[in-house]
Design a protein. Structure first.
Length: 155
């Protein structure tokens, strides 16, 4: 497993944190990207808590926060999959910082309206887990911002 984690072993988070990230949590996050890549949105939704929060990067135009699994899936389907054709994504790296998982992604997009192709762009997700499911995702365009958000719990 990447980043020194042993299969089945807990990945230690901040001892003062109320949530400890386990290896299976990282595996769940990775499975989510595999489900995204296969286009199986129903299977992806199974990995979310009902009250998931999804926060777009500050640079994203329009609505930036979505609440609830149905709203998140609709946004991912209608805007991410259809408008910018973000698929597939490659998980480059996962790091546990405090009680969150920082995921570095390599993404390829094709603007349906603009016709612009962007290949191999880096994108960072900061995921929070609850009871083995993803309860919050925050999106960042830079590693520093993602790391700061995971370290502070804000942003």
């Amino acid at each position: 497993m990447e980043n020194g984690a042993k299969l089945g072993a807990p990945i230690e988070a901040d001892p003062m944190s109320s949530q400890r990230i386990e290896t299976h949590d990282v595996d769940t996050v990775r499975a989510g990207y595999a489900r995204w890549n296969s286009g199986d949105m129903a299977a992806l939704a199974e990995l979310f808590t009902e009250d998931i929060e999804y926060h777009n990067s500050p640079e994203w135009p329009g609505q930036r926060t979505y609440h609830g699994a149905d709203a998140v899936i609709q946004f991912l389907r209608d805007e991410i999959a259809e408008i910018i054709a973000l698929r597939p994504v490659e998980v480059v790296r996962t790091d546990v910082i405090e009680d969150e998982i920082v995921i570095e992604l390599r993404a390829r997009t094709h603007g349906r309206l603009s016709g612009l192709d962007l290949d191999d762009e880096s994108l960072f997700h900061v995921a929070q887990m609850r009871n083995g499911r993803v309860s919050r995702v925050r999106v960042y365009l830079g590693r520093e911002e993602a790391t700061r958000a995971a370290t502070t719990g804000t942003g």
